[in-house]
Design a protein around this ligand. Structure first.
Ligand SMILES: [Zn+2]
Length: 458
């Protein structure tokens, strides 16, 4: 086959295509990410070079009974929760995460669970040899599970194999970055290879009606290598997060065509594989040192589930001209804002102090309602005092210092009561029926009230 060589310049970071090489990508601003990729023109007569005539579509109205997508349960309740109630046949899921975080373990457990439930699960490993996957299966106690396994990186071979399948329910590709198609000259892992492989596999999944799970590795800066090109063609993007220093892992949906994106699934990495954590609050508060100064408990929400987590602050005199502000598990800009509000509206100065804030256990909080808990931890650390260990906090703080209502107040309070907490510092406004829980409520309208109550004691 004669190839009409045609070059395009593709940013390896964001996937933007340009006609010329340049040092900096105009789309995402990254340096030295643009690589020349040779693409072949479609062969003549393939139908791709000439627009076909098309057929007339039947246009419909917006009204009508909504069609609930059929789903099958995975047998892993935390995974079902994140996907919005199970996996939809014909859907394509991308599981992204840092190398070594446990994506292969999760998917092998999933494939085994489905296999044992009588479904046809096929696992293509491009990262590891079949023997290595078998070793892992043995370690996880899954060696007897009926999972079809192949170690392969050639897209053509994988598609040919799948073409022979009568009924596949689940196909796992581990990972999408290892696949290569011989129709392209670009190297495996490059944007054009990853894009081509994903598109071919998506087409197969939609035709065959089988669920497709793609593993995508994330590079240090949080981008899936060879990346956005994949996110927009898949139905669901799940990110698998966690800290190697901690045993638990969090599965979070960042895109989901078949459900909500705010649910998280919590797993614990044990020797025998990933175990589901039904009550994450107990896990996150498990190693808590309640008497330590500068810690508070935040009653947060992850989707429909309340999760209690400890927030730790360390405010220490600074020897630097510009004091340090460091934060783990929360937004740096949010901490800067909170410190500014405490200084400007409450007269509490951190100008000569280094400030460190840490969300215990390595959970990443995105909710603004964590403001009040963070403020309490900062004030307690500045005053070197321990807060009442049976107390929880939540509430968003505005730039004026006003404490704003948070959604789902009742659920948060109920969870706190269930875990033995007795007191809650919460916004003055908001759900007046939240008092139903058996907690002593302290309602604050302005951050000043909290600052006065926790003012420096020495
Ligand atoms: Zn770019």
């Amino acid at each position: 086959m004669a190839k009409a060589a045609k070059s395009s310049f593709v940013c390896q970071s964001c996937g933007a295509i340009s006609a010329r090489w340049s040092g900096k990508c105009v789309s995402c601003g990254d340096w030295n990410t643009i690589v020349e990729e040779v693409t072949s023109a479609p062969p003549p007569g393939s139908g791709l070079t000439r627009a076909s005539k098309g057929r007339t579509l039947t246009l419909e109205t917006l009204a009508g009974a909504p069609e609930e997508a059929p789903r099958f349960l995975t047998g892993m309740p935390e995974l079902d929760r994140v996907t919005g109630g199970g996996i939809v046949p014909g859907s394509v899921l991308l599981i992204s995460g840092e190398p070594g975080i446990g994506k292969s373990t999760l998917l092998l457990q999933l494939a085994a669970a489905l296999g044992r439930a009588g479904r046809r699960a096929i696992y293509f490993s491009g990262e590891e040899a079949a023997a290595q996957v078998r070793l892992r299966a043995a370690r996880l106690g899954l060696a007897d599970a009926p999972v079809a396994l192949a170690a392969e990186t050639s897209l053509t071979n994988i598609l040919a194999t799948l073409g022979e399948e009568k009924r596949a329910d689940l196909v796992v590709i581990d990972s999408i970055q290892t696949l290569w198609s011989d129709a392209l000259e670009a190297a495996p892992g490059s944007v054009s290879q990853v894009r081509a492989a994903t598109q071919s596999l998506v087409r197969y999944a939609k035709q065959a009606g089988c669920a497709l799970l793609l593993v995508g590795h994330v590079t240090k800066d949080g981008q899936i290598a060879g990346p956005k090109a994949v996110e927009h063609v898949v139905d669901t993007v799940l990110s698998f997060e966690g800290d190697r220093g901690h045993t638990y892992r969090i599965l979070r949906a960042t895109k989901n065509r078949f459900g909500a994106t705010d649910e998280i699934g919590v797993f614990e990495m044990a020797g025998s594989g990933l175990k589901e954590v039904a009550n994450p609050s107990e896990l996150f508060l498990g190693e808590r040192d309640a008497k330590a100064p500068g810690t508070s408990v935040f009653a947060g929400m992850e989707g429909t589930r309340p999760i209690l987590v400890e927030i730790q602050a360390l405010v220490a005199p600074s020897g630097l001209g510009v004091p340090r502000r460091a934060v783990v598990g929360w937004e740096q800009s949010r901490l800067a804002m909170l410190i500014a509000v405490l200084e400007a509206r409450c007269g509490v100065s951190f100008a000569h102090h280094d400030v460190y804030l840490n969300v215990a256990g390595g959970l990443r909080i995105v909710e603004p309602a964590a403001d009040l808990a963070a403020a309490a931890a900062l004030l307690a650390s500045l005053g070197n005092r321990a807060l009442d260990p049976k107390q929880i906090h939540f509430g968003e703080i505005s730039l004026s210092g006003a404490v704003r209502a948070a959604p789902h107040m009742g659920l948060r309070l109920k969870e706190a009561a269930k875990l033995g907490f007795t007191e809650a510092t919460i916004p003055a406004s908001g759900d007046p029926n939240a008092d139903g829980a058996k907690l002593k409520l302290r309602r604050v309208a302005h951050l000043k009230e909290l600052a006065e109550a926790l003012g420096p004691c020495d």
